[in-house]
Design a protein around this ligand. Structure first.
Ligand SMILES: [Zn+2]
Length: 437
């Protein structure tokens, strides 16, 4: 499978196009108008650096910039950070290459991984891309006199919340052994006892999810995994781990898929591990899913989120998907691309919709996690962005994942109190695309 190689030019282009779209969306203005205004933004070309330079934003706060800022430009402030922006007549002069910075973050290359000890946890809970675009937003508003639309999403939504479920396990199997052990280690004795009780429907929560979502008047996206793609090629030990995994061969599951699709839930593909290296397999997984639900499938999210998300875009586009929603973390919450808006990849009309929080990445389903999520949602509300939630369908099993079902519903309620528009992922991408062309 061909990996995409991005030259500096395409990195800048994706950054600039994204900034134009975000601004055109927020102001409710044609992109051509925004383009004209942005021709007054002066940003020098810089070389990339793996050591972050801290930039003080005129809109408040400090963010890391992965560019070499030594030499002229960007006067040093007393605390060792640099001021990045000055106004000169009707021009906005930046001391760094904003387009390149934005573009490389969207391509998932924002600095070295955390494990190397350079990035800070706080970098990932910071909308570093959007905070930079916010510099342009404020300048257009204050110095160029542009008015903005305060409720840009459908129905006057102040922001969007995307709901999604990855369906990778549909039957509880060896977890009857591993879950009680995990609970015992954590000192959760009641949960340990509960999770031993045999329940053939423990990991079959489709009815419950549909019911609670319908009650709230919302719909979500279900990404279904064709587990059989991986099953056939793996070692016996790996096969054991796949015991109980979702498969398109299951009559019961196929009937759920059809039913969801026919009742306006979105059905997407949770592409298999083998499909990462196999374009034909990816296309055939999509074709199978489409023949089951008798609909075009627009969205894809890969199983076990690979770190190399951008390398899969070309195969996904080739297979005919409209968007991917894998840009998020499996081990922490936050903003992996630094932006909370959908964005066009370097491939024309193929979109990435980042997700912000996955059930398993939270330490628990209690108050701490609830407040953590709320804090992230509030950052997205301020920027009228999209907050995407990933809740595995098995996490609605109260005996195994106590409190997660409730937390999911609380997030929906919280979105509504903040004036959010709640929708499946594909609808968010569609609205974004339509409003920012
Ligand atoms: Zn998965």
């Amino acid at each position: 499978m061909n990996a995409l190689v991005f030259g500096d030019r395409s990195v800048r282009q994706i950054g600039r196009a994204h900034a134009e779209r975000v601004l055109s969306f927020r102001f409710g203005l044609q992109r051509s108008r925004i383009k004209r205004e942005l021709s007054r933004v002066i940003a020098p070309t810089r070389t990339g650096s793996s050591t972050p330079e801290m930039i003080r934003l005129p809109t408040g706060g400090v963010i890391p910039i992965f560019q070499d800022l030594s030499g002229p430009g960007g006067s040093e402030t007393t605390d060792g950070t640099r001021s990045a922006v000055t106004e000169d007549g009707d021009e906005l002069v930046l001391s760094y290459d904003i387009w390149k910075e934005v573009g490389s973050s969207l391509l998932g290359s924002r600095g070295p991984p955390l494990s190397q000890g350079v990035g800070l946890e706080s970098d990932w809970t910071m909308l570093s891309v959007d905070l930079q675009i916010q510099i342009l937003f404020r300048w257009l508003q204050d110095s160029r006199g542009l008015d903005f639309v305060p409720e840009p999403w459908p129905g006057g939504g102040t922001f969007a919340m995307g709901l999604s479920h990855d369906v990778d396990r549909i039957r509880k199997t060896y977890q009857y052994i591993t879950h009680p052990i995990r609970h015992l280690i954590r000192g959760e004795f009641q949960l340990a006892l509960d999770s031993i009780i045999p329940d053939p429907k423990a990991y079959w929560r489709f009815d419950e999810i549909r019911e609670v979502e319908a009650r709230k008047g919302v719909r979500s996206t279900f990404f279904f995994l064709p587990g059989e793609s991986d099953f056939e090629t793996l070692s016996p030990l790996h096969r054991l781990r796949l015991w109980g995994v979702s498969t398109f061969r299951s009559d019961k599951l196929r009937s759920v898929m059809k039913d969801l699709a026919h009742n306006s839930w979105e059905v997407g593909l949770h592409s298999s591990i083998n499909a990462r290296r196999n374009q034909r397999l990816l296309s055939s997984e999509k074709a199978k899913l489409q023949s089951i639900v008798n609909q075009e499938v627009q969205g894809v999210r890969q199983h076990f989120l690979s770190p190399e998300i951008t390398e899969l875009w070309s195969a996904q586009k080739e297979a005919g998907f409209a968007y991917d929603s894998s840009m998020g973390f499996a081990d922490r919450v936050g903003f992996r691309a630094g932006s909370c808006y959908p964005y066009e990849t370097p491939l024309a009309d193929f979109w990435e919709l980042p997700f912000e929080v996955m059930d398993g990445a939270l330490p628990d389903s209690g108050e701490y996690s609830k407040n953590r999520c709320r804090g992230l949602v509030d950052q997205v509300v301020d920027l009228a962005g999209a907050f995407v939630v990933l809740w595995h369908q098995r996490y609605f099993s109260a005996r195994d994942f106590g409190g997660y079902g409730e937390l999911y519903l609380e997030l929906i309620d919280f979105a509504k109190t903040r004036g959010g528009w709640v929708a499946p992922c594909g609808e968010i991408v569609r609205e974004w695309r339509r409003r920012t062309l």
